[in-house]
Design a protein around this ligand. Sequence first.
Ligand code: PMP
Length: 398
Amino acid sequence: MSLFSAVEMAPRDPILGLNEQYAADTNPKKVNLGVGVYYDDNGKLPLLACVLQAEKHMMEAPTARGYLPIDGIAAYDAAVKGLVFGSDSEPVETGRVATVQALGGTGGLKIGADFLHRISPAAKVLISDPSWENHRALFTNAGFTVETYPYYDAAKRGINFDGMLTALHGAAPGTIVVLHACCHNPTGYDITPAQWDQVIAAVKEKNLVAFLDMAYQGFGHGITEDGAVIGKFVAAGLDFFVSTSFSKSFSLYGERVGALSVLCKDKEEASRVLSQLKIVIRTNYSNPPTHGGAVVAAVLGTPALRALWEKELGEMRTRIKAMRQKLVDGLKAAGVKQDMSFITQQIGMFSYSGLTKDQMVRLRNEFGVYGTDTGRMCVAALNSKNIKYVCASIAKVV
Ligand code: PMP
């Protein structure tokens, strides 16, 4: 008997398991569409020029790496506020946003979840059906009961908006509703601005707590356009949570750069909330790391670098859109009879392809084309070299 003899083997993370299988695959034509990562047209993870330039400046005037404040780099937090709410917006100007630097978007969600559990332990959490897999696990581990609201309608190839709205109207006051601010993962379907208005009205009427997960700002229609939903929540007079991730928009996955922002009633409330967020951080990892936050703060705070970032992010967005169109055209050319044009209506890095589990397994085993069993494919991993092969492979399994 050892201390660990009763410890069970945890199930493998489905996406990471897929990566391992991909790495072991000897098919020279293999393509990994299972990941949630943007690759450039050469199939490479980009190192953005804005990041490189910021790092060069930092190397020219190197600084020692002391501990950061618990809530992170002040200039970083200010830059996040500006990006999420608008730098001259009322919430920022009145100081009623509490923002903390976090370990990626995941860290922002986790700090928010832990804080929420301290203040409303009995609240239920609703996530979309389906959602990013970690939403459920993260809120469950924070102590909440997690349920879903309807989102994807497979038959319709779109969103079951009536179902979503009905679920929100039926939720108990205080229920925490996790919403994808843009570029829904995994489906690629976003609700329209008019539908957001209805969601916001339901959140307000039913006294729900909105938690907006913003992991892909700039990958949908543009940085401002994707952030517009935040302004709608502000205009409705709601207090809410926003997690931010720069993993994809800065291609800084491994640096773990993200944030949590909490919009409060006023400045005094924001300072109380901030003090509690700091306790959550302090008792988990004490304070965040320096490098990634410093890079993002430098880019967002230096007009020339910021312009370069916006240009580079725009290029990523445009390339993904072009790949969506190429996928639709390529599938048609490869002989797929069914209308696949829904792929160009989806937005962001992912496409719910509508392929069944059996078809996805065949794609993987027979052709070395890897997507998740749910039919999710990362469009941002397609490029001019692999697209034809991917289309031909899909055509053989559908
Ligand atoms: N939320 C969603 C919807 C995501 O897709 C992701 C990343 N895949 C995250 C949060 C987490 O982002 P990060 O990698 O910055 O922790």
